[in-house]
Design a protein around this ligand. Structure first.
Ligand code: ADP
Ligand code: MG
Length: 686
């Protein structure tokens, strides 16, 4: 017998070999250790198996019986319906599958099977899309002796029996070699089971309770390593030397006293937090969260001015040209009485214009506003002291890193209006300082939000918009769900759609149309006209989603609202009601052909205006993978830790990390920490 170790290739395990090892790679199982951590898809527990005579509608059950009938037919709406009828001696139940032709062949009359799922009633008991399992005699015996048996995800060539034999062999031969990273005092304190117990019970649980405990233990470990990694990195960063700014700044004082409003308490608090960082020689690495419209820009501007007053340059990077242009416009206005130059640098500029700006920049320190264009090689920024990244989740890791490389250890402030839930922020942004503006400026109106579910209401809606625009002189956005920055079809369709809307509902009005495929000059002209009096209705796409600030726009109608994400809709809603009066946010989406998920999103928006609460809903609806996948460019690969279910572990793990000597772990778990680093580059902004 070979002396098997955890890092050996899985092919050396008895009964595996190179062919099956290759198949196992599909489940990311390459080593013995990988298999140990491979969670079963689910378990079959004898206590869960019910007799059909005892089941109730709505229950999750597993039943065991013989296939007595199978049928396939097309419904009137041309949906393929497959019915598998099972009899267990006490009653019958139908398993029903829609449009999954391949399922039909899986079942044979007389076959002994297990069905699991939620019980429904339609002319008899049925389960829609039941999970099914065929077990060998030997396996059935295992269940009937009262064991809980694991069921793994399979692929062609790998059966349950093979999986179970293999893991059994591994547990018997290498479990002793597993080293528990958590010291025994902490295991006790946090009510954990040992790693060995957890691994054993993940695969061959002695009770259901132990499955839960095993999973909790793995979740704890995952978070533990991750927090450990963040602590180490934070320690590393503290060693760097950056600028120590003088934060008593005349420019900043003059700016604040010239504002036509006072900062909210939240804004003041956050500005002080930023100042503390700016004063300290450790480079600032701060995330500023604040709901749409909470006034992040003013705070950022105040801190940029401090850097300028110290003789440094500040950069503000925005994700879109429209937003950069708007920042430029607004900031220049704010600073009109101060001797601070403001430059704009975006991609659409001609090279002459650009060269001129780049030359001009070198004359006197000031504020540079721009888009990705700032990242280009020829953009050299002297004395870069402060970098502000607006809507940071819109940028990739490399882009954030690149802008920082334009200087030597500038202070960094990243801003986001799509916050992640607080508890989660603590766990994933562990090495960032976190500031939150949790208060809206006074006078901000909360838009009344309504989800219009029927298409035939559209005319009423637009007639009403028409009246409001004429009688009350409000401005209205109409947003169409077209994907920006992509191909010609979109251009064609937005123009066609806009024409239709105008012809049908606003033939007598001047209506602007704005989309991402226009040139910068065109976009600027249209936004200016909308800001001014030239027209009161703007038909547009999500180009206006982030940051756009048109004070008197108080109505927004979103067509096909189900095609937007929750965060996107909330951002859109933040564009209106910025200057008092009443504001209305109307989402049009037929409720008869959209998913349950879409319905939940739209209902949540109808009833909730708090961005933090909405982000929790969003996280719950989409799950962490999706939530972070699209928004944050990747997320540490947590297999067991679920930020919602395991939220109460977060605090515990933070404490645990503070209680161990992290230096020891740094050496001992180097490899593991390295993988985490790779997986979590997205949060590495400083
Ligand atoms: P966001 O946090 O979404 O970036 P902005 O910084 O664009 O918000 O601010 C939204 C609007 O509120 C701007 O017009 C800004 O001038 C205004 N504003 C910011 N702070 C205050 C305040 N304390 N009182 C009144 N208005 C404010
Ligand atoms: Mg903003």
């Amino acid at each position: 017998m070979i002396d098997l170790s955890l890092d050996d290739s899985i092919q050396w395990v008895k009964g595996v070999g190179p062919y099956k090892a290759k198949l196992l790679e599909r489940f990311s199982v390459k080593t013995v250790r990988d298999f140990l951590y491979l969670p079963p898809r689910r378990y079959l527990d004898r206590s869960e198996i019910k007799q059909i005579k005892d089941i109730k509608v709505g229950e999750e059950v597993t039943i065991e019986g013989d296939v007595v009938l199978k049928s396939r037919r097309k419904s009137r709406k041309n949906i393929l319906i497959i019915d598998i009828v099972v009899y267990d001696g006490t009653g019958m139940i139908t398993g029903r599958y829609f449009n999954q032709d391949w399922v039909y062949k899986q079942f044979k009359k007389g076959q002994h099977i297990f069905f699991s799922g939620k019980v429904d009633y339609f002319r008899g008991f049925q389960i829609i899309n039941p999970d099914y399992e065929f077990l060998s005699k030997e396996e059935k015996k295992l269940i009937h002796t009262g064991r809980i048996i694991p069921l793994y995800t399979l692929t062609k060539g790998l059966g349950q029996r093979f999986m179970r034999k293999t893991i059994n062999y591994i547990l018997n031969n290498v479990l002793d070699k597993v080293d528990d990273p958590i010291p025994s005092n902490l295991i006790k304190k946090h009510n954990l089971i040992t790693l060995k117990e957890a691994l054993q019970n993940l695969h061959f649980p002695l009770s259901k309770e132990l499955i839960t405990k095993a999973k909790r233990r793995f979740a704890f470990d995952e978070l533990f390593y991750f927090q450990l990694f963040l602590s180490l990195r934070k320690k590393e960063k503290r060693k760097k030397k950056g600028f120590s700014f003088t934060v008593e700044s005349n420019l900043e004082k003059r700016f604040l006293s010239a504002l036509r409003f006072n900062l909210t308490n939240s804004q003041k608090r956050v500005l002080n937090e930023i100042k503390k960082d700016m004063k300290s020689p450790i480079p600032m690495n701060r995330l500023l969260q604040g709901d749409v419209g909470s006034g992040k820009t003013v705070v950022a501007l105040a801190s940029m001015l401090i850097a300028v007053d110290n003789g440094y340059y500040s950069v503000l990077m925005a994700p879109t040209e429209i937003l950069a242009y708007q920042h430029f416009f607004v900031i220049r206005e704010f600073l009109s009485s101060l001797p601070v130059p403001v430059w704009l640098l975006v991609g659409g500029m001609g090279s002459r214009e650009k060269e001129e700006i780049l030359r001009d920049i070198h004359k006197k320190s000031g504020i540079i506003i721009g888009t990705h264009a700032l990242l280009e090689k020829d953009v050299k920024i002297p004395n870069l002291g402060m970098v502000v990244i607006d809507e940071q989740h819109r940028f990739g890791v490399e882009q954030r890193a690149k802008i920082l490389q334009k200087g030597s250890k500038p202070d960094t402030l990243v801003m986001t209006a799509t916050p992640i839930p607080r508890t989660l922020a603590l766990s994933v942004y562990g090495d960032l300082e976190l500031s939150t503006i949790d208060e809206m400026p006074p006078g901000r109106v909360i838009p009344r939000s309504r989800w219009v579910k029927k298409d035939d209401k559209r005319k009423d809606i637009y007639d009403w918009v028409h009246r409001e625009v004429i009688e009350k002189e409000v401005k209205a956005y109409i947003v169409l769900p077209l994907i920006e920055e992509s191909e010609k079809i979109d251009l064609y369709s937005i123009e066609k759609e806009a024409d239709l809307l105008i012809k049908n509902f606003f033939p007598d009005l001047k209506v602007g149309v704005l989309h991402g495929r226009m040139t910068r000059a065109e976009k600027e002209r249209i936004m200016d006209s909308f800001r001014g009096r030239e027209f009161n209705i703007l038909i547009t796409t999500t180009v206006i989603e982030v940051g756009i600030d048109i004070p008197h726009a108080n109505i927004m109608v979103v067509e096909n609202a189900d095609r937007f994400g929750l965060a996107g809709l909330h951002q859109l809603r933040g564009r209106i009601g910025r200057a008092g009066g009443k504001a209305y946010f109307i989402m049009i989406a037929r409720d008869d052909n959209i998913t349950e998920n879409s319905k939940s999103r739209l209902s949540a928006l109808e009833t909730t205006t708090d961005g933090f609460k909405l982000s929790e809903v969003d996280l719950r609806l989409r799950g962490p993978g999706e939530f972070f996948g699209t928004r944050q460019h990747g997320f540490p690969d947590f297999r067991f830790f679920n930020p919602i279910k395991d939220r109460n572990l977060i605090g515990r793990v933070r404490n645990a990390v503070n209680e161990v000597l992290i230096n020891e772990y740094e050496d001992k778990f180097k490899e593991r920490l390295k993988t985490i680093q790779k997986a979590s580059e997205f949060i590495d902004i400083g």
